[in-house]
Ligand binder design. Structure first.
Ligand code: CTP
Ligand code: CA
Length: 217
């Protein structure tokens, strides 16, 4: 196949991948969440295992089976749980790929009983969640850090700003709009790092995962 990417070789490397959304509880029956399916992160975990890496997958709530060959899967729900699981696992990782769509905010108060409606508008107070990628960038020794960025506009400017702000080594950015990105089978990714960039043309997430890992390798 002329378009088949070079198979990445990750033998002997430990790869940590985050995937899926995080859900932030409001009361026993309600939460704030996002549309991430987890498929991109799971495809990366599958491709990394296929490439010979020892893979740990930290997953938010998704309905996906663990890919074959993944050594360890840790299921979490909230951003704070993902933060703890990622910091724990990252100490034994050479490469971290943060594909999870982490909620930036959580309800400031979690009600122990179901909130009742009362007439009129409701104002919800939100608290900021920890930035997991930025926390990982402070580790010593620091693993090779790959972040994702889903953007609706100014893709390169926003992606490069995240590279700097979060101390990542690489940002895989994708445009989210109708038919691309979140909740879809196909994706197109622009990869940015200090002094370079590479376009991964629209393809299924398995192909993109392999191409991204080849770039990282
Ligand atoms: N990320 C993270 N912890 C957070 C928020 C995001 O680790 N609390 C990670 C994501 O997993 C992703 C990268 O940071 O790899 C970029 O996420 P994104 O939401 O695009 O960046 P933010 O810094 O949250 O900026 P904004 O949402 O305002 O665009
Ligand atoms: Ca965000």
């Amino acid at each position: 196949l002329a378009s088949a990417p070079a198979a990445p070789d990750l033998r002997g490397l430990r790869v940590l991948v985050s995937a899926g959304p995080t859900l932030e509880d409001l009361d026993p029956v309600r939460y704030l969440g996002n549309r991430s399916s987890g498929r991109m992160g799971f495809a990366i975990a599958a491709a990394a295992a296929q490439a010979g890496a020892t893979v740990t997958l930290v997953a938010g709530p998704v309905s996906l089976p663990t890919p074959p060959g993944v050594a360890q899967r840790v299921d979490v729900r909230s951003a704070r749980q993902m933060h703890a699981a990622m910091l724990d696992a990252a100490r034994a990782a050479d490469i971290v790929i943060a594909a999870a769509a982490v909620a930036d905010y959580r309800p400031a108060q979690v009600s122990t009983h179901k909130l009742k409606k009362h007439g009129g508008a409701m104002i919800l107070e939100l608290a900021e969640n920890p930035d997991i990628l930025a926390a990982l960038a402070a580790l010593q020794p620091k693993p090779f850090l790959v972040g994702f960025a889903a953007e609706t506009e100014q893709l390169e400017a926003h992606a490069r700003a995240k590279l700097e702000r979060k101390g990542a080594d690489m940002i895989a950015a994708n445009r989210v709009d109708a038919g691309l990105g979140i909740e879809t089978a196909d994706n197109a990714i622009s990869v940015f790092w200090h002094g370079g960039q590479h376009e991964l043309a629209r393809a299924d997430k398995t192909t993109l995962a392999r191409e991204l890992l080849a770039l990282i390798a």
